[in-house]
Design a protein around this ligand. Structure first.
Ligand code: PAF
Length: 284
């Protein structure tokens, strides 16, 4: 491949396959920033904890490749385990990992020990193998997004990182390869998650002021209670500052925050988030 010699830009869209419209929107975004788009498809075992869904994770390489062909992706990189890790054992403890302690103290960090280390490990490898100029990751996994951006800075990868907005079903549920785990009644109730996030964001935005807006813990507790009453077991419902991902007591002018939620619902674990920044607050 002499793309680089020709001065052509390469974008990477890392995925675990089971491609849906959310991934394809990342591919389309990548195309705006590069001459060639490479999609990697690898269900990375080192980012799954014991008892998580590594075995059940949906795999559909054939149809994924077809979707990539339709999107005019230049190359699909679908390595097997030994190509990535060069060993026979799926033992996450035998490989180099990166840990960004502070940024993993909240949100999914405490609920998925070792997960982000596995993510950073495989994404670093993908960056070294593919050497992209641009990489696109979705907003849906927002903690992952900020961690990867930090890793790019720390490890001096010359890569521009872009965020693809979360794609949603018509009723607001964030698209995810894991939505297939939802039963029919769960699928009907799941859009509550995004509605809740929007309600909290609207509540903060409506206060339109240039002053810092305190985060009202009682409102969050009320929303958590409402989700629980509908069978969604809340792991966390947090407002965090960016890029450090620390709990925020107030929305300060000029800063960007994330309102993020994770719930257990039946057999599934759902996450979602919205971004709130001063820019969105009406001027008083
Ligand atoms: O977001 C994902 O699908 C995965 O975490 C990623 C970035 C492809 C690494 O395995």
């Amino acid at each position: 491949m002499d793309w680089r010699r020709k001065g052509q830009r390469v974008a990477l869209v890392p995925t675990m396959g089971a491609l849906h419209d959310g991934h394809l929107s990342l591919v389309r975004q990548a195309k705006q920033h590069a001459d060639h788009v490479i999609v990697s498809i690898f269900v990375n075992p080192t980012q799954f904890g014991p008892g998580e869904d590594f075995e059940q994770y949906p795999r559909s390489l054939h149809s994924d490749a077809e979707l990539c062909r339709q999107e005019k992706v230049s190359l699909v990189f679908a390595p097997d385990f030994s190509e990535m890790y060069g060993a026979k054992k799926h033992d996450r403890h035998q490989y180099i990992t990166f840990r960004i302690k502070k940024m993993t103290e909240y949100l999914c960090g405490p609920f998925r020990p070792g997960h982000f280390e596995g993510v950073l490990q495989v994404v670093n490898k993908l960056f070294n193998i593919v050497k992209p100029d641009v990489a696109v990751f979705g907003q849906k996994d927002i903690q992952q997004w900020y961690l990867i951006r930090k890793m790019i800075e720390e490890l001096d990868h010359p890569i521009e990182m872009l965020m693809g907005p979360t794609r949603r079903e018509p009723d607001g549920l964030a698209r995810s390869s894991r939505n297939v785990y939802l039963s029919d009644p769960e699928r009907k109730a799941a859009p509550m998650l995004f509605q809740t996030l929007q309600r909290v964001r609207n509540g903060l935005e409506k206060k339109g002021t240039r002053e810092a807006i305190p985060v009202d813990g009682a409102i969050i507790s009320e929303e958590v209670k409402r989700l629980s009453e509908n069978g969604l077991k809340v792991e966390y419902f947090s407002i965090v500052s960016t890029p450090d991902l620390q709990p925020a007591a107030a929305i300060e002018p000029g800063q960007t925050y994330v309102i993020a939620v994770a719930v257990r619902f039946g057999k599934s674990r759902l996450i979602d988030n919205v971004i709130i920044s001063h820019k969105e607050l009406p001027e008083s």
